[in-house]
Design a protein around this ligand. Sequence first.
Ligand code: NAD
Ligand code: ZN
Length: 364
Amino acid sequence: MPEIKHPQDAIVRVTRSCICGSDLHLYNGNVPDTRVGTTFGHEFCGIVEEVGPEVTKIKVGDHVLVPFNVACGECHFCKQGMFGNCHESNTQASAVGGIFGYSHTAGGYNGGQAEYARVPYANVGPTVIPEGMDPDDAVLLTDVVPTGYQAAEMAGIQKGDTVVVFGAGPVGIMAARCSWLFGAGRVIIIDKEDYRLEFARNYANCEAYNFEKDMDDPVVFIKKQTDFMGADCVIDAVGAEAAGNAMQTITGRKLLLQAGSATAMHWAINSVKKGGVVSVVGVYGPTDNLIPMGNVLNKGLTIRGNQASVKRLLPRLIEHVQNGVINPKALITHRIPLEEVADGYRMFSAKLDNCIKPLLVFPS
Ligand code: NAD
Ligand code: ZN
C-alpha cells in the first residue's frame, strides 16, 4: 500500500490499467535498471483515495485519468508543454522525464498495474474524467491516444502528404488514425500481424500491408508506391525489438549496449523522401545507437522523437473523444483481472488471440 511521501502526492485506487507495448521492453529485459520489486504500469485511471496537504486540483473521490508522464509542471521543460521531458521528476540525469512504472532510468516510480498507486505532483498530471466519458476511453487518454497523436504531429504532415506508419500496435494504429486529422492524403501502415493490419484498415481507414507477405523489401515497396520519391513522412511506432540476452554489465552498472535491433528505424530512414521527416515514438533504450547516419545526412532528413507530452494534448484529445472523432476504447480487445496479469503479458507479448490492447480490470 503506497503512502503519501510529499505534500503534493495523491494516492489513487486504480480501477483500470492497461498493458502497453512499452511494458514489453521491460518484460523482455531491454530497459536498463529495471529493478525487481518495482511495479509496472503507466496507463491507469482510478479514484482518488487520499491527497497530501498541498493538493488543490483534485480531491478524494474524484475519478481521474493519470498521464504516463510524471511531471512537476514548473521546470523549464514543463513550462513549454514538454511534460514528457520534465527536469525535476527524474533525478537520474537521464534523457527522459519521470514515467510511472518504467524502471529507475525513468525515475523509479511504482506504476499502476496494482490496486493503488502513489501519484506525485498531483496538481499537474491527474485529470478529472469528464462527466459522461467512458473510463475505457479515459484510460487510453493516458498514453495511446496522445502518443499516436503526437507521432502524427511530429511528422510535420502537410496537406495531401503520404504518411507511412511502421507498427500496427495500438500506438501505430492511433498514429495512422490521427494522421488524417493533420491533412494526410494517403496513409499506409506496415506490420507482420495480419489481424492487426485488418483492424488498422478498418479503424484508421488506411492501406495496410504485411512486410513478410506482401513485399520482399519494405523500402523498395514504399518507393514503388510513391513514384520512387519515398514517403513524405514516416512514423516509427515499433521501437527496439527484443534481441534476447543483451544486457551488459559495465563497472557494476547495467548499461544497454545493443539490446534490440532497429529494423523499423532503418526502414523509416531509407523509405522517407529526401528532405522528409521521420517521427519516432517507438521506444529505444537509452544507448541504442543504430541509426544509418549517412543516409540521414545525404537525404537531408529531419528526425524527431519524444515521449508524448500527455498533459499538453489532453484538452484537444478529450474534445476529439467527446465529439466521436477518436474512439479509443475500440482498441481494447481483452479485459483481464489483475490476478491474471502474467497471462495477459504472455498473450500480448506473443500476439495471441488477436490481442490488440489488454485492459486490466479491478473489482469495484
Ligand atoms: P506493440 O508491441 O503492441 O506493437 C508493435 C507492433 O510493431 C507489433 O504489432 C509488431 O508486430 C510490429 N513490428 C515489429 N517489428 C516491426 C517492423 N520491423 N516493422 C513494422 N512493424 C513491426 O506496441 P504499442 O503499444 O503499439 O507501442 C509501439 C511502440 O511505441 C513501442 O516501442 C512502445 O514502447 C512505444 N511507445 C512510445 C510512447 C511514447 O510516448 N513515445 C508511448 C507509448 C508507446
Ligand atoms: Zn504505454
